[in-house]
Design a protein around this ligand. Structure first.
Ligand code: GLY
Length: 564
């Protein structure tokens, strides 16, 4: 195991090596003569590079990157969680959305996190095994490798197994999360033994080995689906969950299925957007917001007016998210209506250029019914033009902060993404209604939004962690790309966000000029500067005219004392 800074240098060198420039020929579409990977940790990039160098394609690399992220970012995603992988198959010019989202266990009930008075019990949907949905990531990796990869699953998982066996250096995001989750972690001896060696938060650079995770990955590598969802691993998962008060059953694991879905498409100013369909709210929200904005000449407006309109579009799309969206296998969602330009025209008619619309003045929700340290996103383009945008999650930092003994697997707390009680905010301050109520086998609504942007200029693979803010971040990056920005600019852009409720615009320092702040306030917006920057966007772009492929990694995503 060589020191982390050497890894970092090596990976940066690899990354530079894969970004290339083909001779310019504006008339032709230049194939990317090489590949690029943007991910939240240099060791995950290196894992993907290793697999590409072994003859793998973007899909094999996506499996390798996803599994490596489980080891190096155990606070953000992993085998105990789920995710969405948006694939583009260059040969057949086809897009596929692989839905590996967690599902509620069979014993789940709509009121499972409420007390006798019908109020949410603090922490119940966030801490410990009762908060965990049935994981989808292992099944998705098996699915992607067998259906779209060139290499055996065992080859693509090899880098992650090696990292888990040999250990990885603790980094600042890892240790900050451990500080934050210490109290909850103390209830899980296996979690404590793995991440608090000797009972203490590890020093930065201390090597964290995860031998039990390596063994679990090895069983997945050799036995595929059954290596996780049946047999030894499944038995340990269920026993560990039940012994600590959870409700998983063996049938929940054996019955888990990946879904392939048709991506959601939209178009805006000559660019096609291919994004996440339900059970992600991302695609619907992005298309709605772009449809609303299509009615304005944004380029002709001053900064404050332009940003005011973006905020008003966000407000309306996030409101619809709260009311209508849920797992399409369980509830009828009027997607066609929501993404129709006529519907957007109706929403637009309620927008005033001179005034913010108070969220409370929009029709109320029928109550019948982060930031970027959790979750992770990577983007890949290979030399054949295959693409993957993967957004993976165990929900909040270290998920449920619970590890079933003998598995090395950190369980998710995605059950909090369901509507625990109609009209009551979740961790991300999102409110919901009946469409996203808990039901056995149902997928909880997500904001994860891996997205492709396609135009005559080229292609961008975009995505980020950030909970409810994911969708507004992808919107802002999309508009930047349309204005000609490169990958580095897209990921660095200062961000602002509105999600209907709470009725406030949160913004990063620098997102608005002093004049824009004053003008927005004068329109009636409530503005709140975010205490810290948010998101960890990873973008890869391919310029058709030059063949140039660029990777942009969010400067906010520091894992050591330098930007990565
Ligand atoms: N767990 C965050 C999301 O899926 O939106």
């Amino acid at each position: 195991m060589f020191p982390f800074h050497q890894h970092t240098r090596l990976c940066c060198a690899l990354l530079l090596a894969v970004v290339l420039v083909a001779p310019a020929d504006a008339a032709a579409r230049r194939q990317p003569a090489n590949a690029a990977i943007a991910a939240a940790h240099p060791l995950a990039v290196a894992a993907g590079e290793e697999i590409l160098a072994s003859g793998g394609n973007a899909f094999d690399a996506a499996v390798a990157v996803s599994a490596a992220l489980a080891v190096v970012e155990p606070y953000a995603s992993g085998l105990g969680g789920g995710g969405f992988w948006l694939l583009h198959l260059a040969k057949s010019d086809r897009d596929v959305f692989v839905d590996g989202r967690e599902v509620a266990p069979a014993a789940a009930t709509p009121g499972m996190y409420l007390d006798a008075a019908g109020n949410p019990v603090a922490g119940l949907s966030l801490d410990g095994p009762l908060a965990a949905g049935i994981p989808g990531e292992p099944a998705a990796l098996v699915h992607i490798a067998s259906r779209y990869g060139r290499l055996p699953l065992a080859r693509s998982l090899a880098p992650a197994i090696r990292l888990a066996e040999e250990g990885v250096p603790a980094h600042v995001r890892m240790t900050l999360g451990l500080r934050f989750r210490r109290q909850v972690a103390e209830k899980s001896p296996a979690f404590m033994a793995t991440f608090y060696p000797g009972g203490a938060i590890p020093a930065e650079g201390a090597v964290i080995r995860q031998p039990e995770l390596a063994a679990t990955l090895h069983r997945l590598a050799t036995k595929g689906f059954d290596g996780f969802y049946r047999g030894e691993t499944a038995e340990r998962l269920v026993a560990g969950v039940r012994a600590a008060g959870g409700i998983w059953a063996p049938e929940d694991l054996a019955g888990y299925r990946v879904r392939e879905r048709e991506p959601l498409r939209g178009s805006y100013r000559g660019t096609t957007l291919v994004s996440a369909p339900l059970p992600s709210a991302g695609g619907v929200g992005l298309v709605q917001m772009l449809n609303i904005l299509a009615g304005y000449d944004l380029g002709a407006l001053d900064g404050a007016a332009r940003k005011h309109l973006l905020i008003e579009a966000m407000r309306r799309a996030y409101r619809d998210r709260s009311i209508y969206l849920g797992d399409p296998d369980f509830v009828a969602v009027p997607v066609e209506q929501l993404v129709h330009p006529f519907y957007a025209a109706g929403l637009r008619s309620s927008i005033r250029l001179d005034r913010a619309t108070p969220s409370a003045s929009l029709a109320a929700i029928d109550t019948d019914g982060s930031d970027g340290r959790d979750t992770t996103h990577f983007s890949i383009i290979d030399a054949a033009g295959n693409r993957v945008g993967g957004t993976l999650s165990i929900n909040t930092w270290y998920g449920a902060t619970f590890m079933p003994p003998g598995t090395g697997v950190v369980l998710n707390n995605e059950m909090d993404d369901f509507t625990v009680k109609a009209g009551t905010a979740n961790w991300f301050e999102l409110v919901g209604a009946g469409a996203n109520a808990i039901a056995p086998g149902k997928r909880m609504l997500s904001s994860m939004s891996p997205t492709f942007l396609e135009s005559t200029r080229g292609v961008a693979v975009v995505g980020t962690p950030g909970g409810s803010r994911i969708i507004s971040m992808v919107l802002l990056a999309t508009l930047q790309w349309l204005d000609g920005a490169d990958a580095a600019t897209m990921v660095s852009l200062k961000r602002f966000h509105h999600q209907y409720e709470p009725d406030v615009v949160t913004y990063e320092d620098g997102a608005f000029t002093p004049g824009e702040l004053a003008a927005l306030e004068a329109r009636g917006h409530r503005l709140q500067r975010s205490e810290r920057n948010y998101g960890n966007m990873n973008v890869v772009t391919w310029d058709f005219a030059t063949g140039r492929v660029e990777a942009g990694m969010d400067p906010r995503g520091r894992v050591v004392g330098q930007v990565y």
